[in-house]
Design a protein around this ligand. Structure first.
Ligand code: HEC
Ligand code: HEC
Length: 356
């Protein structure tokens, strides 16, 4: 004994000099002690001792040692766990999780029973007993016949029904990178482009147009007809969308918009006699179909949007002016955009004041 202590004290000095010197506590576990605890059995059969057991022997052992808690056939008794059955119930609101329905590996059954059952009298079962009981558990789950013999040699040939129901957690690769990105805090959703209108699809009854254009009274129409606007641009306006009434415009906002217009006027003209420059003339643009200024060579992107039925409603203008290239990839308008929503509201009111 003394000799053992001496050698192990020496070993602990070698293994962990700091701890041994500081506390002088404990000794390394002996190989036999480690072996007694090292009873783990792994799915590939590592750790299984020699031995074997058949279903009928297992049944006897089960009735003696296990049935009082788990039922004669593994159906469970009282509140003790069910060991058999339940196959096909995993998707139910109350799944019955048993060795047959849920457990992926037979090695867990062997290990668990050998290590911790019978409850209150753990580690009293021999290797052969454990093989026999495990064979009986397979039998009571309908997985083997009553003449089945389980041994270390055929152990890994038994595949439990739910072996494929478990997979390695891959969220560290698949989800974590997404969650750890810098979160988007503004202008996050992709810009929307209107590709088709209900009226073009003819899914909207004709009569509905009048409902949505209350300010298109005969009087208003005459006024417009008299207004000096580009004729090509004029036509679609009347079909496309109702323009907000002049009364809706806030003069202060229009005035503020005139200030913002300074950022546009190097490329755009607006008002009477406005002509195309670097950008198209913008007279009457609010509520007007996109890409329709006569004689202006639009980008492919703008032509596409126009063909898809884009109309410059205040909402669309707001989105476009906030970030022209984000809104319309490939637009020729090389303008960084108006970040400030108030500036956009102001310029839209200003543009609108030329639509009357
Ligand atoms: C005194 C009652 C009792 C006896 C006898 C008993 N068990 Fe258990 N058994 C339990 C309890 C309680 C649990 C649950 C333990 C836990 O969850 O920590 C359990 C769990 C199990 C499980 C895991 C069930 C699951 O799905 O989680 C198996 C397998 C098992 N026992 C097998 C056996 C075998 C084989 C025997 C006989 C050698 C046996 N038990 C004897 C009470 C008992
Ligand atoms: C650097 C020149 C430039 C500036 C500055 C500029 N634009 Fe443009 N704009 C263009 C060009 C070029 C187009 C045509 C885009 C295309 O074809 O893709 C355009 C198109 C537009 C259209 C669509 C017209 C149509 O007929 O479909 C609107 C509306 C518009 N601009 C408003 C503005 C406003 C408002 C400002 C100022 C806040 C502004 N733009 C500043 C060059 C400019």
């Amino acid at each position: 004994m003394l000799k053992v202590l001496a050698t192990s004290a020496l070993a602990s000095v070698v293994a962990s000099p700091l701890l041994a010197q500081t506390y002088g506590l404990g000794r390394p576990a002996l190989p036999a002690e480690i072996a007694a605890w090292d009873v783990a059995v792994e799915p590939d059969g590592t750790g299984l001792p020699e031995g074997q057991g058949d279903v009928l022997t297992g049944e006897e052992l089960w009735v003696e040692n296990c049935a009082m808690c788990h039922g004669d056939f593994g159906e469970g008794a009282g509140a003790y766990p069910v060991i058999a059955g339940g196959q096909g119930t995993l998707r139910n609101p109350r799944p019955v999780k048993t060795v047959g329905s849920y457990w992926p590996y037979l090695s867990t059954v062997w290990d668990y029973v050998h290590r911790s059952m019978p409850f209150g009298n753990a580690q009293t079962l021999s290797a052969d007993d454990t093989y026999a009981i495990t064979a009986y558990i397979l039998y009571s789950n309908g997985l083997v016949d009553d003449d089945f013999v389980l041994s270390r040699d055929n152990f890994t040939e038994v595949v439990l029904p739910n072996a494929d129901g478990f997979y390695v957690d891959d969220r560290i690769e698949t989800e974590f990178p997404l969650f750890t990105q810098e979160p988007c805090m503004s202008d996050c959703s992709a810009p929307r482009t209107i590709r088709m209108r209900a009226t073009d699809l003819q899914s909207t009854p004709e009569g509905a147009v009048t409902v949505f254009a209350p300010d298109r009274q005969p009087g208003a129409a005459t006024e417009e007809a008299a207004a000096p606007e580009a004729p090509a641009a004029e036509e679609p306006v009347q079909e496309a969308a109702a323009e907000p009434a002049a009364a809706a415009l806030d003069p202060a906002l229009v005035a503020a918009g005139e200030g913002v217009w300074r950022q546009c006027r190097s490329c755009h003209q607006i008002g009477d006699g406005a002509r195309n420059g670097t950008g198209p003339a913008l007279t009457g643009i609010v509520g007007h179909p996109a890409g329709a200024a006569e004689g202006f060579r639009y980008s492919g992107a703008m032509q596409e949007a126009a063909a898809a039925g884009l109309v410059w409603t205040p909402e669309e203008l707001d989105a476009f002016l906030a970030d022209p290239r984000g809104y319309m990839r490939g637009t020729r308008m090389s303008f960084r955009g108006l970040r400030d929503a108030e500036d956009r509201a102001a310029i839209i009111a200003y543009l609108q004041s030329f639509s009357q």
